[in-house]
Design a protein around this ligand. Structure first.
Ligand code: ZN
Ligand code: ZN
Length: 330
């Protein structure tokens, strides 16, 4: 089969790879669409010790089952493989399973024509759903999960809150759309990339600003800050923009630099909330929301051929990609 293989720092190659062979309990899935994630870019930059080249990356995928009971069915892949038996797995928090493995991390991912994956990681989807839209379920589920967790600890309903999203990638864009959908009074989004800012403006759901510019939102004014970047700089910005008693929802994993003002967090009773991925339930909710068009037109998603994937990685790396999400099709 053909696959897009991460071969070295700043290098992916479209080349021939052996066809995956499904083991017992595994399905062979012919990939229809697979999105490029920020975490794939993290690997591409050589910053992810868990993703070691040569490796087929990619985990935001949709395809057609080729074998077994579900043969011929179109499915969304749940890329998080978990034990299914620990307290977290059985308590609905499978994203915290100590045995968890993500497709495209140590195991071969979905930037390929085929992938072998446990059958219990196949999620139902409407059979007439556009595969590119369905492939957005994974980033959308990440945003949904973060907002669900934040809603549990916010002192007022979101419809009475001001919210700030840091980072205009797909998770940031989905978060802004969902917050607006939940009736947030004011939604702001900051991104340093002018192309991304332009796309965010077109979403029509938030006030967009340049974090490096002069026209910044007011400090100490947001009930909820969602950090979809996760760098020292954005953590520090989160601590200044969040209101006393507010919530910082930390989703991004860019670096581990200092930035948190733990003194302010303590004195002002600010909740710092870590968020990691999603549960299968979040993924199903995201598929439904995407299918019924609850997240808007989604015309900000760009589709390219998997064979042109290397150029897409390069453009994202160089900050030349305006689309918060590029989906590849084998
Ligand atoms: Zn992802
Ligand atoms: Zn488990």
């Amino acid at each position: 089969m053909k696959a897009l293989v991460y071969t070295d720092t700043l290098e992916v190659q479209y080349r021939d790879e052996p066809d995956p062979v499904p083991g017992p309990g595994e399905a062979l899935v012919k990939i229809e669409a697979v999105g490029i994630c920020g975490s794939d870019m993290h690997a591409y930059h050589g910053h992810d010790a868990r993703r070691i080249p040569p490796l087929i990356l990619g985990h935001e995928a949709v395809g057609v089952v080729q074998n077994g009971a579900q043969q011929g069915k179109r499915v969304v892949l749940n890329p998080l493989m978990t034990c299914g038996t620990c307290d977290h797995c059985q308590g609905g928090r499978s994203n915290l399973c100590a045995e968890r493995e993500l497709v495209g991390m140590r195991l071969a991912g979905a930037f390929a024509q085929y992938i072998a994956i446990p059958e219990r990681n196949l999620l139902d989807m409407p059979q007439d759903m556009d595969p590119v839209i369905a492939s957005l379920a994974e980033p959308a589920a990440t945003s949904l999960h973060a907002i669900y967790l934040a809603e549990k600890v916010l002192h007022r309903p979101l419809s009475e809150c001001r919210a700030l999203v840091l980072g205009g990638g797909s998770i940031g864009a989905f978060a802004a759309l969902m917050l607006k959908g939940k009736g947030c009074v004011d939604v702001y989004l900051g991104d340093t990339n002018p192309l991304r800012r332009h796309t965010a403006e077109e979403l029509g759901c938030c006030n967009v600003y340049d974090p490096l510019g002069d026209d910044l939102p007011e400090e100490n004014s947001f009930d909820l800050v969602i950090d979809a970047v996760g760098s020292g700089r954005t953590r520090s910005a989160s601590c200044s923009f969040v209101k006393s008693g507010g919530v910082i929802s930390h989703v991004g994993l860019q670096d581990n630099e200092p930035g948190l003002d733990t003194r302010r967090i303590t004195l002002e009773e600010i909740t710092f909330l870590g968020n990691y991925t999603y549960s299968a339930v979040d993924l199903r909710a995201a598929i439904k929301a995407l299918y019924r068009g609850a997240l808007g037109a989604l015309d900000w998603v760009e589709t390219r051929l998997l064979s042109d994937g290397a150029a897409a990685f390069r453009e994202i790396h160089e900050g030349k990609a305006a689309a918060p999400k590029i989906v590849l099709r084998p």
